[in-house]
Design a protein around this ligand. Structure first.
Ligand code: SAH
Ligand code: AVI
Length: 317
């Protein structure tokens, strides 16, 4: 990409972040949108999370995809495009790509430029004949597909239970946007984390190595790097709790003491124990997710779960 275009792209991204941080810290309940967790460092830390013993979702979903890949890709046939939302490192994608030798295009969509670049480099080494059309964009706003992708058959893929990072009404909105992005008749394969023993859930987001804490705190480090904020990272601690009524893990950054943070000429005051809500991660029952998908105009055609019922992969039509 030309340097001027890259600089403009960076300024747009920075102003989106700046606006969201000022807005999120200004209200009585401080919060930050979870998509900002994924700058280059955040994407790296997320990859580290996927390898933690406590973080079961990645391992269980990979095992499900490997066990059922033949059924998942069955009928997709020659040519076509694999369109992935929130693709990150695209490691799960490789399971599908290995069974789609005649795929024409892989179109990963992500807000993390570093993740898209890393994945595209690795996949071009593994699949030199495959054309990868990386799309830097926010799927909560709808991302139009490039013409050559829009014109061919598509298989949608949205693994990781990233849909769980949105409140149910927003999740319905996003699933509807994705339905309208994909061509009619497309199948859509989506990973969904299921409700389970709260101890298992809480451990998955409070790992003993402190990687999830570093992932959460990186949001403040990013504000320091990109917005010139003066967050003292040692003055905030990571907290992840399970709310059984809402059926969600909540991540917060808790102010250890009384403090004031300055960024972009604004001052934000924190009381001791005051929190910044940084992420929700909803856990579903099969029925709850099926209802959500139907509300977004999808039909549930099939789903697979592991023996413990910890994770599910849905095929929507
Ligand atoms: N699909 C991978 C990565 C999941 S992590 C897996 O299953 O392991 C969530 C990914 O979604 C990250 O790469 C993050 O950058 C991306 N993401 C989060 N919010 C997004 C948004 N609003 N639009 C596009 N990508 C988003
Ligand atoms: C990407 N998303 C589904 C992860 C999750 O489990 O909610 C992000 C994450 N947050 C903390 N650990 C992992």
């Amino acid at each position: 990409m030309r340097p001027a275009v890259e600089r403009a792209e960076r300024r747009v991204a920075e102003s989106d972040f700046a606006l969201s941080v000022v807005e999120g810290l200004s209200g009585p309940h401080k919060s930050l949108p979870c998509r900002f967790l994924y700058d280059a460092r955040g994407s790296e830390l997320f990859e580290d999370i996927t390898r933690l013993p406590e973080y079961y979702p990645t391992r269980v979903e990979i095992a499900l995809l490997e066990a059922h890949v033949e059924e998942i890709v069955q009928g997709f046939g020659e040519g076509g495009a694999l369109v992935e939302f929130g693709s990150g490192s695209s490691r799960k994608t490789e399971i599908l790509l290995a069974r789609l030798p005649r795929l024409s295009v892989y179109a990963p969509i992500d807000v993390s430029k570093a993740a898209l670049e890393g994945a595209s480099r690795r996949l071009s080494g593994l699949y030199p004949a495959l054309s990868t059309r990386s799309i830097l964009g926010d799927f909560t706003h709808g991302v139009p597909l490039p013409q050559d992708v829009a014109e061919i058959r598509q298989l949608g893929f949205f693994p990781g239970s990233t849909i769980g990072n949105f409140d149910p009404p927003e999740a319905v909105e996003i699933l509807g946007l994705m339905r309208r992005t994909l061509a009619p008749q497309s199948a859509f394969v989506i990973g969904v984390d299921l409700k389970k023993d709260a101890r298992v859930l809480v451990e998955a987001y409070n790992d003993s190595a402190g990687v999830t804490a570093a992932f959460n705190l990186n949001l403040l480090a990013r504000a320091n790097r990109e917005l010139g904020a003066d967050f003292d990272l040692a003055a905030f601690r990571h907290e992840a709790i399970y709310d059984p009524l809402k059926g969600r893990i909540e991540m917060h950054l808790v102010s250890v003491g009384e403090q004031t943070v300055e960024l972009l000429g604004e001052r934000f005051h924190f009381r001791p124990g005051e929190r910044i809500h940084t992420e929700n991660s909803y856990k579903f029952s099969i029925e709850q997710f099926s209802d959500l998908a139907r509300a977004a105009g999808w039909r549930v055609s099939r789903f697979w779960t592991d023996a413990r019922g910890w994770f599910s992969v849905f095929e929507l039509r």
